[in-house]
Design a protein around this ligand. Structure first.
Ligand SMILES: Cc1cn([C@H]2C[C@H](O)[C@@H](COP(=O)(O)OP(=O)(O)OP(=O)(O)O)O2)c(=O)[nH]c1=O
Length: 192
């Protein structure tokens, strides 16, 4: 079986692949992400996922390389990771009481194949008080996460409803990823 490389520094993506008993190495890409507004979010996350995977693939062309990217959209705005506490505060205020969409794009590359896909998940937040937002900001959880929250952490307290793949919100739509990896000859080792 070919070796798999995860082109991501995200601890969540690592944990999800480990949860499925996949063996892989991690090489974090040096690809610079720019959140372009002229590209629809579904295309944007695929392009960024491809950029990350391709950057690592350049040195690892005998491997199967996987890259991913996650953004949040609210109305026509694309939210990446907050750059400051104030930026995170603004994001959470904007998300309060509303439904947003989390897009996760995935790109998988090998010497003879390239697959790109995305998943879109609707997340509805309860109304958040200023106090709740400040308490949340104090946890420090906002800062490395698109939209400024983590559904898998304290951010779970904000979520009223979700429609779509939970794991895609966390950063990697794992079920679809496993299905696509099969075509690359990558399958989890199931222990008996
Ligand atoms: C909305 C949401 C996002 N996130 C995370 C997933 C992604 O890791 C992050 C978005 O940033 P990304 O740029 O997609 O990924 P990353 O910088 O963490 O890692 P890399 O570029 O090396 O692959 O936000 C959560 O963990 N929980 C959530 O609820």
């Amino acid at each position: 079986m070919k070796r798999l490389v995860l082109a991501s520094g995200s601890p969540r993506r690592k944990e999800l692949l480990e949860q499925m008993n996949l063996h892989f190495d991690i090489i974090v890409s040096g690809f610079e992400e720019h959140l372009s507004l002229s590209v629809p979010p579904a295309e944007l996350v695929k392009q960024l996922a491809y950029g990350k995977a391709n950057d690592v693939y350049a040195n690892q062309s005998e491997r199967v390389v996987i890259g991913a990217d996650t953004v949040v959209t609210l109305d026509r705005n694309v939210l990446g990771k907050p750059e400051s506490r104030e930026h995170a505060r603004q994001m959470l205020r904007a998300l309060s009481g509303r439904t947003h969409i989390v897009y996760s794009g995935v790109a998988i590359l090998s010497h003879d194949k390239k697959v790109e896909f995305y998943e879109a998940t609707e997340v509805t937040f309860w109304e958040l008080t200023d106090e709740e937002i400040e308490t949340y900001l104090n946890t420090g959880e906002s800062f490395d996460k698109a939209g400024g929250y983590g559904i898998q952490g304290f951010g779970a307290a904000f979520v009223k409803r979700i429609h779509g793949d939970y794991y895609s919100v966390v950063g990697l739509p794992i079920a679809r990823t496993l299905r696509e990896l099969k075509a690359f000859g990558i399958v989890p080792e199931i222990q008996h």
